[in-house]
Design a protein around this ligand. Sequence first.
Ligand code: NI
Length: 258
Amino acid sequence: MIFESHAHYDDRKFDSDRDELLSSMQDQGIETIINVGSDLKGARKTVALTEEYDFIYGAIGIHPSDIGDLNEEVYKWMQETSRLPKITAIGEIGLDYYWDKDEEVKRSQRYWFCRQMELAREEGLPVIIHSRDAAEDTLKLVKGIHGEEIGGVIHCFSYSLEMAEEYIRMGYYIGIGGVVTYKNAKKLKEVAAQIPLDRILLETDCPYLAPEPERGKRNSSLNLPYVAQEIAELRGIPQKEVETVTRENARRLFRKVK
Ligand code: NI
């Protein structure tokens, strides 16, 4: 059975067939799904999905590109909502300097990233971190607020092996998805081959980033076997072992999952 650690089934790309798709997951080997909210609307929809489906758990957080959604009132809602039994993590949160290059916006991203990390610490939940074109600042910030006391996963990891090792030393997991199957993803293939298997989580980030041979199409958790297969080949181990160990990893991190 496969543990999907990062999906966005609240996305409107699933509006036409969401129930049909989600109802077929468990029969096709997807045991558990963490649905991750990235803006306020997504966070609310995530809560609804966890109420509707037994095997769906949630993470709530505001993505760096959507921090316009955040204010003290929303923060308070997040605080209360994070105490629900099926909300397992705060995320996705982090820094994204790819889309936002304005210094003022970057400062604001760092501020709300810190606040949401503190929320996770207070509520005893792990974090799901999104970091794009912001390697140095993300690491500095996570170290600066003693992120090793919080724990979490660096989702859709896109940095170097050395950077992965820095996070692993702080007890973090590395989220690996469809990108690892792309021919030009040399750095990520190296990371997937070299870091300890007990630090890897499988994720799709669906509807985005479908693996080969589905690249370019709408992604779903049903494509995770392609990701597991690629990691298995890179490491020279059975695909089953990748699926089993990453499932155990996710269950260790997302403690509220039954
Ligand atoms: Ni995501």
